[in-house]
Design a protein around this ligand. Structure first.
Ligand code: ATP
Ligand code: MG
Length: 260
């Protein structure tokens, strides 16, 4: 592993890259996962590599939705397993929600390795090694599902998911919460709620907010959700990118020009 000095201006981003690369080397993350990470990084750069206020609001709404769920379920893929495995296990155990391993480029070996990783971190309920049913309308490899998991859930958290699967879950009537750095992606636009943030920031925030809200009544949680919709949150996410870019044009670029 390359040693990255803490003083490096892109330290946090490079550390995440290291974790994804380690995931590939450990047989947990697919090669395609590296490209997905690259697309995410590009959007994170535009966002300013921080949790924006609309992302924080979306995370709070997600916390309320998960606490109101009768049967929540959490989806884990190779990127999620490389970047936030501890957080996924914590969330699963605290919400009593199963973790379902759900791979776009499925191999039994990768599923087994992710399952072992989650087990070692203390996960109480892991599904996906023995799929026994299918999600309707998807091709065979991607449709695999396990009874008692996502297919039977009312609220599903899909940190990083492709647009098709997200759409299928929405068509099945589920409340789908996505985490996706690209506010223009089909996943973000199709989901009931999209958290436009890096999963490495969104997941710890989600855990904190769930703990904070866990004492609230059903009525109070429902009130939190009132009056919010995903389209408005995505508009705000795009506006925040625009503001960040405006700031860069006004401050950063003139400074660079002066140096020259
Ligand atoms: P669409 O949703 O439009 O169908 P896609 O799902 O095919 O697009 P991919 O590149 O396959 O697009 O999916 C990767 C998605 O995951 C991208 O939208 C990217 O922004 C997002 N992503 C990647 N890494 C992270 C991360 N660390 N945190 C949050 N989102 C991420
Ligand atoms: Mg997507």
């Amino acid at each position: 592993m390359t040693e990255i000095p803490k003083s490096h201006p892109r330290y946090a981003s490079l550390k995440i890259r290291e974790r994804i690369t380690e995931g590939v080397n450990a047989g947990i993350t697919s090669i395609q996962g590296l490209i997905a990470q690259g697309r995410g990084e590009a959007f994170d750069y535009l966002i300013g590599e921080r949790t924006t206020s609309s992302a924080f609001m979306a995370t709070k709404l997600a916390a309320a939705m998960l606490l109101l769920a009768k049967k929540p379920a959490l989806s884990v893929n190779g990127n999620v397993a490389a970047l936030v495995p501890e957080e996924m296990v914590t969330l699963s155990n605290e919400l009593k929600a199963p973790l379902e391993i759900n791979l776009f480029h499925r191999t039994e070996e990768r599923v087994a390795k992710i399952s072992e990783l989650l087990t070692n971190l203390g996960a109480e309920r892991i599904l996906g090694e023995k799929p026994d049913t299918v999600l309707p309308g998807l091709d065979h490899a991607r449709s695999k599902a396990t009874r008692g998991g996502i297919i039977d859930a009312d609220v599903v958290l899909i940190p990083l998911e492709d647009g098709d699967r997200c759409e299928t879950l929405i068509k099945m009537g589920k409340n789908v919460i996505a985490v996706d750095l690209n506010p223009l992606s089909r996943t973000a636009r199709t989901a009931k709620l999209a958290i436009v943030d890096n999963i490495v920031r969104a997941m710890p925030n989600l855990i904190i907010l769930i703990r904070e809200l866990s004492g609230e009544s059903t009525k109070d949680l429902q009130d939190i959700l009132q009056g919010h919709d995903n389209n408005e949150l995505l508009r705000q996410a795009l506006f925040e990118i625009q503001k960040n870019l405006d700031r860069q044009i006004e401050i950063e670029i003139p400074n660079l020009a002066r140096i020259r």
